[in-house]
Design a protein around this ligand. Structure first.
Ligand code: HAM
Length: 422
């Protein structure tokens, strides 16, 4: 029997939880500030949602989905990303009928059958937002601003925000024709994957990491110079607004991103301190046609997702830990004999009702051993319960930093504990 977690998954505990909580808490505050509310979607969906949403010729759909039949033979897939499920939910519950824009955020685990490496997992966590219903570039800027703020709040300094426009359903096909004409003479020099992409989804060639393909693409015409007037003025406005917000960015004409649903603005936040293969901490873009493609009304939308696991890898690598404050457990209750247990429980109840973090020793051991254990486990104080305490209700509290002792009658002066622990 295998007693290890499946490849590409991990148990999350200890310090890892502090990092996670810190990222999630800080992002949640920003989501609230920006007027987003939370949505939780199921961990699996009908496979069709991803086939149609992400696109059949994308790497995710072709190679990376955890797809399985249920007991009635229906094809289900563990979500590899959050946008398609949120779009499905918006349509299913007609969320657009009560409020536009619909501003939702999610914090969820995702599943992709990828080759695991540091920062690349088969089960990983994302936090993301989807804002549906607005075509105005103002919301593009707002969403990108939110993404940048998430990392700024965490204390990151040298991240790079890349942006590009991939045009719309009118101008993109024209560009693809120009791009294919350019590639034609080089077809034999492209890798087998890119040769296939040439026929199925040529824009994916921009994602290829093989040097010989990159060399060919470097000199190719880029979509940015081929977008239509409408897309171009939308993009120019986004840039203007980002400048007003003082958000530094770089226009990267090769940026395409791996989903078919994107239209117009796309963006990615990367760190050059991470391995170049998985240097993206977050990314997103517009998907103006997706809701309509799913049978809903025409609702232009935009969103992004941040990889929590990858963000933690970089926080640790860069030593960003100032946010991670471990709240000390305040009081450790030490019982001198077993017969003081009932009294100890009463005192524990009083402390917890006073919102003081505390714990009690479950075994009777030498007092010095117990104090050492309390110090090692982050308690700031120890309360020792013996015969005198039981008779008088006077509890002795020892400060474990300077070993100063204070006594108080917890039944008569219940508030005094706050003074002692200050
Ligand atoms: P994505 O670029 O595929 O976009 O994922 C967003 C982030 O999730 C990545 O930048 C990365 O940090 C993290 N990530 C992706 N795959 C893995 C993995 N295997 N292991 C660890 N972290 C990973 C999306 O998922 C889109 N749904 C974003 C979006 C929302 N676009 C519009 N709305």
């Amino acid at each position: 029997m295998a007693i290890n977690s499946p490849r590409g998954t991990s148990d999350i505990f200890g310090d890892e939880i502090f990092y996670r909580d810190c990222i999630v808490d800080s992002a949640k505050k920003l989501f609230e500030l920006f007027n987003y509310t939370r949505i939780i979607t199921p961990a699996f969906e009908h496979t069709e949602i991803f086939n149609r949403g992400i696109g059949k010729s994308t790497d995710i759909v072709k190679k990376e989905m955890y797809t399985f039949p249920d007991r009635k033979g229906r094809s289900l897939t563990l979500r590899p990303e959050g946008t398609a499920p949120v779009v499905r939910a918006i349509i299913e519950h007609k969320l657009y009928s009560s409020k536009i824009p619909i501003k939702l955020f999610y914090i969820e685990n995702m599943f992709r059958y990828e080759r695991p490496q540091k920062g690349r997992m088969r089960e990983f966590w994302q936090l993301g937002v989807e804002a549906a219903g607005v075509d105005n570039p103002l919301i593009d800027a707002e969403v990108i601003w939110l993404l940048a703020l998430i990392f700024e709040e965490l204390g990151f300094k040298n991240l790079k925000l890349l942006i590009n426009s991939v045009g719309c359903e009118n101008c993109r096909p024209q560009y693809i024709g120009v791009f294919k004409d350019y590639l034609k003479p080089y077809l034999e020099s492209l890798c087998p994957d890119c040769r296939e992409r040439y026929n199925t989804n040529p824009l994916r060639i921009f994602d290829c990491k093989i040097p010989s393909c990159i060399k060919i693409i470097n000199n190719s015409p880029k979509i940015y110079s081929h977008i239509c007037g409408r897309c171009s003025s939308h993009f120019k406005k986004v840039i203007e607004l980002l400048k007003i917000l003082n958000i530094p960015f770089v226009i990267k004409e090769e940026l395409v991103r791996g989903f078919d649903y994107y239209t117009r603005t796309i963006f990615e936040i990367i760190s050059e301190d991470l391995d170049s293969v998985q240097n993206a901490l977050g990314g997103g873009g517009r998907y103006d046609k997706l809701i309509e493609q799913f049978g809903g009304p025409s609702i232009p939308s935009i969103g992004f997702a941040v990889g929590i696991d990858r963000t933690i890898v970089l926080m640790k690598q860069l030593g960003i830990s100032w946010q991670i404050k471990k709240e000390p457990h305040n009081v450790f209750i030490i019982l001198l004999e077993e017969r003081f247990e009932n009294y100890g429980l009463e005192f524990l109840n009083y402390l917890r009702r006073s919102s003081i973090k505390c714990d009690i020793s479950f075994e009777i051991k030498k007092i010095s051993t117990q104090i050492k254990w309390a110090e090692k486990n982050g308690f700031s104080h120890a309360a020792i319960i013996g015969e005198d305490e039981l008779k008088s209700d006077n509890i002795t509290v020892k400060n474990l930093a300077d070993f100063k002792q204070s006594q108080f009658n917890w039944k008569k002066e219940p508030q005094k504990i706050y003074e002692i622990l200050k």
